[in-house]
Design a protein around this ligand. Sequence first.
Ligand SMILES: *Cc1c(COP(=O)(O)O)cnc(C)c1O
Length: 432
Amino acid sequence: MYISENFSNDEEGNLTISGVNTLDIAKKFKTPLYVMDVNLIRKNCRKFKGALEKYCETNSFVCYASKAFSCKKIYEIMKEEKMCVDVVSLGELFTAISAGFPKEKIYFHGNNKTEEELEFAVKNEIGKIVVDNLSELKKLNEIAEKNNVVMKILLRIKPGVDAHVHEYVTTGKIDSKFGFTIEENEALGAVKLAKELKNVKLEGLHCHIGSQILEIKPFLLAAEVMMKFIKKIKDECEIEINELNLGGGFGVKYLKTDSFLDVDECLKNVISLIKQKSNEFNLKMPSIAIEPGRAIVAQAGITLYTIGSIKQILKEKTYISVDGGMTDNPRYILYKSLYEATIANKAAEKKVKKYSIAGKCCESGDLIGENVLLQEAEEKDILAVFATGAYNYSMFSNYNRNLCPAVVFVEDGKCSIAVKRQTLEDLIRNDV
Ligand SMILES: *Cc1c(COP(=O)(O)O)cnc(C)c1O
């Protein structure tokens, strides 16, 4: 009935998440509110780890791409699940370290890491830095030398694969701002330089071909390009690449009718291809890493809002306005992303009418969705929007000086605050 099995209705017809009544949660913690099902997050981690370990005989690493949802508590969960994490900024790195996440299991990404960021990463001797460009490679080597450490690195490669997704989220193409191209020996040049530099150690290669990918094919294409490049590196530079990181992008269901990527099937096929290419090219099978973000947290999250004003525009359109909007969920205004929703206190009633769900910001485009089928809506109803666990809280903005909602974690029938609601005092804390 719902997009995933952790949602249900109780006897009174109210929506539950992992067995807990969402109305009770909304009453206790107020709206707007992000609610995350930790049991599902753990299950997703185990799904990825289980599949990699099943098919891959070499070492394998599942790195949670924490830009999808980042706060101290999530890094604690990732630590318990024995995951690696990837971070893309000093802020995420600091949060992970503050949460006691093991530094050696952190990968650091980004196309324009600042000296401050590199210095912090080096001083903390984090696991691996995924180097994006030559200037970063040289800078990193200098900083590592100054601090007397040898940093493990991966090189970010553009495999030139178009993952057939929304163009804003496709990053593997040649004209992407991320990484080295294999063409014109740009990437090979970086490998050669890394070999010369004393304070970096080239551990492997990385690629990430896009997000919300629903087919296995682009992953196979990327893996093949990367294996060919690994062979070229061995032939021309006499370096064996130990690790191949294939990035994230595993597509999930946002609507009941959506298709999604079968993770087990995908990893089985990808690893089988890598094995085959290793044999064919006479290479040792590299360790495999992947970086799912969305697929770990998207479906685990819902957002609860209180419905305010309801406006019927002529016959064709009815707006319901909620106490949040593009500030807590900018994905509609950014990508026209679709979401399913239900009125939590009428979850068992029939959905009878299509609504446009508007936020409270001063932008006409501030919508959570259009033509969303819902039960008959009334003021003070609690609206639950599904699959908001990824790229919602992490993309929050204080536009219009709206406050950031709290994040509540539900696990084994119990609720706890993971992130407190922003206060008005927080809002002016840095104002002078
Ligand atoms: C965004 C990103 C990911 C995660 O992407 P998802 O689509 O959330 O799985 C992984 N690796 C890199 C380098 C990224 O930029």
